[in-house]
Ligand binder design. Structure first.
Ligand code: HMH
Length: 220
């Protein structure tokens, strides 16, 4: 129905930028097997710092969800919060494997820019529709990027398959689809200005994700 089409329409409208975020040279080089391992380590340590900030962001989405009259989405979002505990442990384990000292890594510029953006969602004036849209597209960029690395014909180095599985799995894809349904339902009931803000946030996430891959590829 009409309800299911808002997010799909945005993905179409902003296709070029979506492709730049989900088929970035960094993740494409994982799939090609040409990835520079120092770049991978940089991504790993920067993403650990990102996920630490992401916890507070997802908690703020959960809080906005709970304040909704109809909070049927609560369990999906709560599942998202819960899985971050596992994710932080995963990063710490990977860091040991790759001999990366997470404690000594400062966040780089693009990461800090992303932190600032995520931090702005704790403000109560930001609506649930905008927040959950942001949450969905953040997760979807990783889902699409990493599932490409394990699709047929990949030359992904075996030691990186675990990373790609984490976000490229069928289970994570299902989770992203659940979030997408929540977003479309929420946008269908949102006022026009909230829908406009949600689309702006969608585009902003794509920009920030591109910046994050760039930061990982080359020190800046
Ligand atoms: C930068 N975007 C970034 N890191 C992540 N871990 C995700 C999205 C998915 O959670």
């Amino acid at each position: 129905g009409v309800e299911a089409s808002t997010t799909a329409a945005w993905m179409e409208r902003h296709r070029q930028m979506y492709e730049r975020a989900t088929r970035h040279p960094f993740t494409v080089s994982i799939r090609d097997g040409t990835i520079d391992l120092s770049a991978f380590k940089r991504w790993l340590s920067q993403d650990y710092l990102f996920v630490r900030e992401f916890v507070a962001f997802v908690a703020s989405v959960l809080l906005k969800c709970c304040k909704q009259e109809d909070s049927l989405d609560m369990e999906i979002i709560l599942g998202g919060v819960a899985s971050l505990s596992d994710e932080l442990s995963w990063f710490k384990n990977e860091a040991v494997k790759w001999d990366v000292d997470l404690a000594s890594v400062p966040p780089l510029k693009s990461n800090l820019e992303y932190h600032r953006f995520l931090g702005s969602f704790t403000e109560p004036e930001i609506s649930y529709a905008v927040a959950v849209t942001t949450f969905w597209i953040i997760e979807t960029v990783y889902q699409d990027s990493f599932s490409f690395c394990i699709e047929e014909g990949n030359k992904t180095p075996p030691e990186l398959l675990g990373t790609c599985q984490r976000w490229g799995s069928a289970e994570f894809k299902q989770y992203c689809h659940s979030l997408q349904r929540i977003v479309d339902h929420s946008l269908a009931n949102a006022p026009a200005d909230a829908v406009k803000s949600a689309e702006e946030a969608f585009v902003r996430v794509l920009e920030l994700e591109i910046g994050f891959w760039e930061m990982s590829s080359s020190q800046c």
